[in-house]
Design a protein around this ligand. Structure first.
Ligand SMILES: [Mg+2]
Length: 327
């Protein structure tokens, strides 16, 4: 498995015994943008010097620590030249509008399989989650949240779209910042309920809700309410990566024992699809949007965070959305 890592995370992992041990796993091929290696090495030396100055590590231990870290890097880290990923510069910069000069890592991730992009929260736990997926053979089947979000938007015009907190909203923003997009702030799990209220108030409009499985687990009762109220043109898309990606990819129940599609069916929702490919997903979206009755699509996606943040103020966004759906 090839993963892209950025300077800050690499330094943090190199300073941890478990991080260095993970990097030696034969199933893992770590890569870093070659142009940021000098910065990484400088930060590594600076961190170790700081730990020594604070007395956290003894001077001779610090020397061993640096030696061990550099040995791991030399053995296990691929430094990729800019020529290999430079063609992605423009799109990489657009993914991180607040800090476009840090485009190298994003461009490299785009050149790879995009796993590990959004590395700001890529911790050792994230690596473990990825490796667990590899062991389960799931990684070959999972899809990319941004790609799926773009596929949903491609079939919409001016419909309201509600996105759950975190990555669901960030990738909706990345796919297209329409004024009809509502980005949930803080209220984990309530995007499906908010969308339901909208759908009941405007039964003739199509409404789409994009949620992560973590949010759905937080508010399972919403599925029963959706089934009971039967909004006519309501589609709930649940992107399931089995982790709380934004807080460090801690595995949740959906990765281990819980089948969310089965819960949706058990709640009384009859139209529940579980597409296995992006093409099947798109067909399920088209089917849901062209039929009556509430529909739920549960789709497995890769772990990892969106490469962008929308940065909207909640109140400003409320006004923007209200104007966007004014009829
Ligand atoms: Mg999740």
């Amino acid at each position: 498995m090839r993963l892209v890592i950025d300077a800050n995370i690499l330094v943090a992992e190199l300073l941890r015994v478990r991080g260095r041990a993970l990097m030696t796993l034969p199933t893992l091929y770590l890569t870093i943008a070659g142009s940021i290696w000098d910065e990484t090495e400088y930060e590594l030396c600076k961190c170790i010097a700081h730990l020594t100055m604070r007395g956290t590590v003894l001077p001779d231990v610090a020397e061993c620590l640096l030696e061990s870290a550099l040995l791991t890097v030399n053995d296990r880290l691929g430094q990729i030249p800019v020529a290999a990923y430079g063609t992605h510069e423009s799109i990489a910069r657009s993914r991180i509008p607040r800090d476009p000069d840090d485009w190298h890592t994003v461009a490299l991730a785009l050149d790879a399989d995009f796993l590990g992009c959004g590395v700001a929260t890529w911790t050792t736990d994230t690596l473990l989650a990825h490796l667990a997926y590899m062991e389960d053979g799931v990684v070959a089947k999972v899809m990319d949240r941004l790609d799926l979000t773009q596929r949903v938007l491609a079939h919409l015009t001016d419909e309201a779209v509600f996105a759950g907190i975190g990555n669901a909203g960030f990738d909706l923003f990345a796919a297209g910042d329409r004024s009809q997009n509502f980005y949930m702030f803080g209220s984990m799990g309530l995007a499906s309920s908010l969308g339901l209220g909208y759908a009941l108030a405007r039964p003739d409009e199509r409404v789409v809700v994009l949620e992560g499985e973590g949010s759905v687990l937080m508010n399972l009762g919403s599925l029963a309410t959706i089934a009971r109220m039967r909004p006519r043109r309501y589609l709930l898309v649940i992107m399931d990566n089995g982790t709380y990606a934004l807080t460090g990819s801690q595995r949740n129940a959906a990765a281990d024992v819980t089948d969310i599609a089965m819960i949706a069916r058990g709640a009384g929702i009859t139209r529940v699809a579980t597409p296995q490919t992006a093409e099947e997903f798109e067909r399920a979206v088209m089917d849901a949007l062209s039929s009556d009755g509430p529909a739920v699509i549960v789709v497995k996606i890769a772990d990892g965070n969106s490469a962008v943040r929308h940065g909207w103020d909640p109140v400003e966004r409320k006004h923007c959305f209200a104007a966007g759906v004014a009829r």
